[in-house]
Design a protein around this ligand. Structure first.
Ligand code: SAH
Length: 465
């Protein structure tokens, strides 16, 4: 997918100062979904064009897959993602042109503050909403819009027109504004956002939309399409745009299923679990930590209190849980310093995910028993082979201890969603096999009051490289 930005403001090569990218060179960077390259196909005194080319790896997308098209259809491999400009463009812009988007320029601040003639050409966008939507989005911002509609297949005109357009925007604008407009509006045109990162997205939208979104005649549609399937977040964003900060009553009255917690409550098991996890992380000297299957963020809260931790990432397959986590942690009101240490990711432990590589430690607290036993092997490779943190902490119920829960009929699990619960022997065998296969040392810790025969209610395995 390709975006080009051209200026005729002279000397045109000053575009390099605004983008913080030298026109003489090719700039490449690795992203979780492929590569981005920024280069200048023309750079003369009269005219200069910067091109941002994204090389999206469609197979990698499936591997690092989250949510959407689960079910293993061909659609996962054969789709338009590598070609059309989409939210991947925004991610790449955020990484490659972050400073330019804030409007700062080292050598040419005056130029950065100035409106200059700019043309943006989007080689292919999927505009679900057609040309009228294109015009409604960009014309109020002062652009001349020209769009060329492409037939689905030139050989089969009877198939009609597809959603694909080549679009050119021309305007006299600050470069910063053009970039922010594209950042927000390209995913809006495409309306198929590839990922979800919770509250973060609202913050990003408001930051990038600063100064223009609140007054845009289509702001409601923009916000809704920018946050597809996130009605709650869209409401929050609109409320903030309207400077209406009444808290949402739905959000306050969230009711949660807490059967398991209730049963375990008398011994405050979850607190002991958190405390043990934190103690192990401390002794491992971890600084950058993943909490996989973070759920509603109980552990994340304790982790945030650990000053030694510089980067904390919570990931879960359920974005509902992530929403609750972000609310419980009051992400929206967190001081920026604290906020910068935490990231919430939507993703599944069943698929390799580059975002998980390179951490000091990962915690997987009361999660494995939620995974289908036959798919555990996928999880093992995702975590111990691909992500490969130096330390991995896994906790799971000890099935033997269930005999002590009066409320639990024999043979039943502690939670409806548990696919299995293991005895100590079963867990230890599984853990040792992993240790041997992936080269980790393993030790075991009991959590909670230990019964001489049945052991402790929770069992923990600590894997170290
Ligand atoms: N660690 C949390 C939550 C445990 S409940 C705590 O101790 O409070 C199990 C969590 O695992 C749920 O939030 C569930 O959504 C998540 N989960 C289940 N399958 C998953 C998968 N394949 N990938 C990521 N998370 C998953």
């Amino acid at each position: 997918m390709l975006l080009t930005i051209t200026t005729t403001h002279q000397p045109a090569t000053d575009l390099g100062y605004l983008l913080h990218k030298n026109p003489q060179r090719m700039h490449s960077l690795e992203l979780s979904f492929g590569k981005a390259h920024l280069f200048y196909p023309e750079a003369t005194h009269e005219r200069c064009t910067a091109a941002l080319l994204l090389d999206v790896d469609p197979v990698g997308l499936v591997r690092g897959k989250r949510g959407q098209h689960e079910g293993g259809t061909l659609d996962q491999y054969v789709n338009d993602r590598p070609y059309v400009l989409s939210s991947f463009l925004s991610v790449a812009m955020g990484r490659a042109l972050g400073t330019a988007m804030t409007g700062r320029s080292k050598g040419r601040q005056e130029l950065a503050d100035q409106k200059i003639p700019l043309t943006a050409t989007m080689a292919v966008v999927a505009c679900r909403g057609g040309e009228p939507l294109l015009r409604e989005l960009f014309e109020p911002l002062g652009y001349g819009v020209s769009a060329e509609h492409h037939p689905l297949d030139e050989k089969f005109p009877e198939w009609g027109e597809g959603p694909y357009y080549t679009v050119r925007l021309q305007g006299n604008v600050r470069l910063q504004d053009l970039l922010n407009h594209l950042y927000v509006l390209v995913p809006v045109l495409d309306a198929e956002k590839h990922y979800w990162i919770g509250q973060d997205e609202v913050d990003k939208l408001l930051r990038k939309g600063k100064g223009w979104l609140a007054t845009h005649p289509n702001r409601e549609e923009i916000v809704k399409r920018y946050l597809p399937r996130q009605r709650q977040l869209a409401r929050e964003a609109l409320a903030q745009l309207a400077e209406d900060d009444n808290p949402d009553p739905d959000a306050r009255d969230e009711v949660r299923a807490e059967e398991e917690a209730k049963m375990e409550a008398p011994i405050r098991l979850w607190q002991q679990r958190m405390a043990t996890v934190v103690a192990v992380l401390r002794s491992a000297g971890a600084q950058r930590v993943l909490d996989l299957g973070c759920g509603e963020g109980k552990l994340l809260k304790s982790l945030l209190e650990e000053r030694a931790l510089t980067e904390i990432v919570g990931m879960d397959v359920s974005y509902r849980s992530l929403e609750i986590a972000s609310r419980n942690l009051r992400l929206d009101r967190m001081p920026p310093k604290q906020r910068d240490r935490l990231m919430l990711l939507h993703g599944s432990l069943m698929y390799r995910d580059k975002r998980l590589a390179g951490y000091d430690a990962a915690t997987v607290v009361e999660v494995i028993e939620h995974l289908d036993a036959p798919r555990l092997t996928a999880f093992e490779r995702v975590l111990f082979e691909a992500a490969r943190p130096k330390t991995v902490i896994v906790t799971t119920p000890n099935a033997e201890y269930n005999a002590k829960f009066d409320a639990l009929p024999a043979g039943q699990f502690r939670h409806k969603d548990h696919r299995f619960e293991w005895t100590r022997e079963q867990f230890q065998q599984w853990s040792r096999r992993i240790g041997e296969r992936f080269g980790y040392g393993v030790r075991f810790l009991p959590i909670g009051d230990e019964d001489p025969q049945l052991g402790a209610p929770t069992q923990m395995g600590v894997f170290s490289l």
